[in-house]
Design a protein around this ligand. Structure first.
Ligand code: NAP
Length: 458
């Protein structure tokens, strides 16, 4: 794939970039390694100062950055600006809390291990490679970079090939804020160039947010090098609605949960599993609200759903829906490619999805909701847990015993009760099954790329 900005609303190539050659890759890895040696000697307070300056820059540049995101990957501009501000908040959070999350701990009674003193402390690992996706082109990167740099690591970014301008912005953000040259930099390389970087002995660990095949490939290479990885992969999150739920609220949230970011969110609710007692009301209201979404130019402030980020992504979604319809599913609303320029897909609600259909098991990365009618909570859980994914989940019920039962039994990295899955700096984020390994955000996120060092003194 060429490294280029191609505007999804027009299909026009705005700017193309030459990939870095071997000499430039070598220079950037060496600079990252040197920056790490400096960074590890700095204090939390110093790094926090720089981190807050990076947050200030994001806030000052929110207008330009919002437009940049929209032009590169099609997110409606109001959401793009919100992403920038969320990044600033995430960086400030780690500026504030990193030291406390990585504070040394002491055994209360060191004599049990025959020591005068014993405990643990966290040390940074070194240079970490971050392979990142286009769907939240700043947030996915910064939710890694904020904690990694605060811990004293250096970062090398291989961003998705369709968001090079976001990647280049991020290349300078941290040095502009005061971090040493090379503390965080971008490598303009294709996916095929990842292996060479990951096998470099100066690169100590890696994180990848993206699709399952990309994650498996990276993890296999890291495994052969015995390097730590964090994987944030795909999801097909269930959204379960039980009879006691406030159906009106559940529908309003369902519309956003499925169609945010033009339906291209890993933690979007994708499969709506609705108890038969409230199914007809839910689907009627859901289809009405989805039909009313304003689809159009993502730079227009009122647009709610823009084009998909890539033509291939739009074609993939079209073929998944065509497969389901050919096998008997029905589109209550949508189910087609609109007759207009840009990589649009009509917001869609599909009923009658069965196990033979691709959409039953695969992730739908666009504004397509599948709705299932279920007789009871056991059937709801069977469908909810019936994919290879396990990122997040949502359940709508006011029955407390039922809430507890779903929380205990849903195979997912998170359960949101009567609400929409979202990522927050304050809460750990990550999946189980084929949705990934490890956690980002909160205290767990910053500890992933640290050496938990045991210290024993006689
Ligand atoms: P993708 O094709 O896997 O790309 C993600 C990144 O991996 C890009 O930088 C890509 O580079 C690179 N890449 C692709 N194949 C690779 C390989 N074999 N080895 C090394 N690197 C490779 O995914 P995407 O289409 O950009 O993003 C959509 C997917 O990401 C969805 O499945 C979504 O659910 C998932 N996602 C997960 C989370 C989460 O937190 N769990 C968050 C966001 C998105 P190129 O662009 O150069 O190919």
């Amino acid at each position: 794939m060429a490294i280029a900005t191609i505007n999804p609303f027009t299909g026009r190539t705005e700017q193309e970039f030459e990939p870095h050659d071997e000499a430039e890759i070598e220079r950037r890895i060496a600079a990252a390694d040197a920056a790490f040696r400096t960074l590890r000697t700095t204090t939390f307070a110093q790094r926090a100062d720089w981190m807050r300056t990076a947050a200030d820059l994001l806030e000052e540049e929110v207008e330009t950055l919002g437009r940049l995101i929209t032009v590169e990957m099609g997110r409606p501009v109001a959401g793009a600006r919100a992403e920038v501000l969320k990044c600033a908040k995430g960086l400030r959070y780690y500026a504030e809390h990193a030291e406390e999350f990585l504070a040394p701990e002491q055994l209360a009674d060191p004599s049990v291990v025959g020591a005068a003193a014993a405990g643990t402390r966290y040390a940074p690992l070194g240079v970490v490679l971050a392979v990142m996706p286009w769907n939240y082109p700043l947030w996915q990167v910064l939710r890694f970079a904020g904690p990694a740099l605060m811990a004293g690591n250096a970062g090398l970014l291989k961003h998705a090939s369709n968001v090079p301008q976001a990647a280049l912005y991020l290349h300078t953000l941290f040095t502009r804020a005061g971090f040493p040259e090379g503390a965080f930099s971008t490598l303009l390389i294709p996916a095929a160039g990842v292996e060479r970087v990951l096998r470099d002995p100066r690169v100590k660990a890696a994180t990848l947010t993206g699709s399952e095949p990309a994650g498996r490939s990276l993890a296999a290479i890291a495994g052969s090098e015995v390097k730590h990885v964090v994987l944030e992969l795909g999801g097909s999150d269930p959204f379960v609605v039980m009879p006691s739920a406030d159906v009106g609220r559940a529908v309003a949230v369902a519309v956003t949960a499925r169609n945010q970011n033009n339906g291209q969110s890993c933690i979007a609710a994708k499969r709506f599993i609705v108890h038969t007692d409230v199914y007809d009301e839910f689907v009627r209201l859901f289809a009405e609200r989805v039909a009313a979404l304003r689809v159009g130019d993502p730079l227009d402030e009122v647009t709610e759903v823009g084009p998909l980020a890539t033509e291939s992504g739009r074609d993939e979604l079209e073929s998944q829906v065509a497969d389901a319809v050919a096998k008997g599913a029905t589109a209550r609303i949508g189910g087609f490619v609109p007759d207009r320029d840009g990589w649009f897909y009509a917001p869609t609600v599909l009923e009658g999805v069965t196990a033979e259909m691709r959409l039953h098991l695969e992730e739908a990365f666009g504004p397509v909701a599948t709705v299932y009618r279920v007789a009871d909570r056991d059937e709801a859980l069977r469908i909810a847990n019936g994919t290879t994914f396990g990122l997040s989940s949502a359940v709508w019920t006011t029955d407390e015993a039922e809430q507890e039962w779903f929380i205990d039994n849903l195979d997912a990295g998170a359960v949101f009760v009567n609400g929409m899955t979202a990522s927050y700096p304050e809460l750990p984020f990550g999946g189980v099954k084929d949705s990934g390994l490890g956690r980002e955000l909160a205290a767990a996120g910053i500890r992933e790329f640290c050496n938990l060092k045991t210290v024993w003194r006689g």
